[in-house]
Design a protein around this ligand. Structure first.
Ligand code: KG4
Ligand code: ZN
Length: 350
């Protein structure tokens, strides 16, 4: 079955053709990075307008690159939940148009579920149940994945997602946007113990995240020096900040695996491209006898191949969808995971 995936939840206009949820025939991503760079972040209205300009060309290119025509498609999967509403609407409108014209099934996919499938697409051997950390600019979730398309939310961000904190710290230090890749590169030359920064909520027993205070700690530590026009030890700041984020992400995820008794961890989303995060996860996994999987770099950040793969899995589970599909800026991916006294127990209905 050939699925056309469409993704437009933030600042990437993407389309992909994926065969049987496994083989990526094409994956086209039109990045809007330069449009937003001068604002130091994504401007929703500009992003939505750009998606509207590009979506037709991007779908056309995905078909051409795969050597397919629109009549070869068996289903359309589109990101419909979690993202910038105006941006989501462009992708969903395009998907509905194609589905209506060709009378095809139309599957709405949660963006974060797409990220989970980026890993499943790259590593079809990942076993269930497993714990999956999705960590991006717009979201940060710790999921208990009992089987394909079945999630319990162990934790989520209470304020900024980790990627957002990378972006805001980089903006404050004048390093440009997006901040993650810049900090990742610079941190390699820095000392991660140069500055003592907090590890928010690491030891509080919950699986939720909060990175806004960490960003503020960096700002408070260096604002005066910036105001005085002094130069800053940027590599040391980058390394210290990155190490704090990595400690929290790895610490909570490994504890989640231990509590649920799973031996497999997935890490996905834009921040999963981070080289120190990968290294720290691999070290922890080795120590604890766990297996950890990351998508290849091409599938870490937003793309439509992961949406097509998730859509295919949802169809296999019996979902068909229809033209009543609507968009939601934020939506739960599953019910909240519940534990009692450190032991896994059934989640409450929700
Ligand atoms: O998944 P994604 O493309 O979009 C969202 O769903 O948000 O993730 C983008 C985020 C940005 O915040 C970016 O700074 C971060 O991923 N990112 C990184 C790295 N590459 C991208 N963060 C840390 N290290 C990286 N190498
Ligand atoms: Zn994303």
């Amino acid at each position: 079955m050939l699925v056309l995936g469409i993704e437009s939840s933030c600042d990437e206009t993407a389309a992909a053709l994926v065969e049987d949820g496994r083989t990526v025939l094409s994956s086209v991503i039109a990045s809007q990075l330069e449009l937003h760079q001068k604002y130091g972040g994504v401007v929703p209205e500009i992003a939505a307008r750009r998606h509207a300009e590009l979506i037709g060309y991007v779908v056309r290119e995905a078909l051409d690159k795969a050597g397919k025509s629109i009549t070869d498609i068996d289903a359309v999967a589109v990101t419909a939940r979690q993202g910038l509403v105006g941006c989501l609407m462009v992708g969903v409108a395009a998907a509905k148009t194609i589905a209506y014209a060709r009378q095809l099934p139309l599957i709405g996919v949660h963006h974060v579920e797409g990220h989970v499938f980026a890993n499943l697409l790259a590593h079809p051997g990942i076993t269930f149940p497993h714990v999956c950390l999705t960590v991006s600019g717009g979201h940060n979730m710790l999921l208990y994945v009992s089987r394909r398309c079945h999630y319990e939310v162990m934790g989520t961000t209470l304020d900024d997602a980790a990627g957002e904190a990378f972006d805001k710290v980089a903006k404050f230090l004048g390093m440009g946007f997006p901040g993650g890749p810049v900090i990742d590169r610079l941190a390699r030359q820095g000392n991660p113990r140069a500055f003592q920064l907090p590890r928010p909520m690491l030891k509080d027993g919950s699986y939720d995240f909060s990175f806004s205070g960490l960003k503020t700690a960096v700002v408070n530590m260096f604002r005066e020096r910036i105001n005085r026009g002094e130069s800053l030890p940027l590599a040391d700041i980058a390394a210290s900040f990155q190490e704090a984020v990595v400690d929290v992400l790895v610490g909570k995820t490994v504890r989640a695996a231990e509590e649920t008794g799973v031996r497999v961890i997935g890490v996905t989303g834009g921040v999963s491209a981070n080289s120190r995060l990968r290294e720290a996860f691999l070290e922890a996994a080795e120590r604890k006898g766990l297996k950890v999987f990351f998508p290849p770099l091409s599938l870490c950040t937003d793309n439509a191949a992961m949406i097509a793969a998730a859509g295919y899995a949802r169809m296999e589970a019996g979902e068909r969808g229809d033209l009543s599909l609507y968009v939601l800026s934020s939506a739960l991916l599953g019910r909240r995971y519940e534990s009692e006294g450190g032991k896994r127990c059934p989640a409450a209905p929700g």
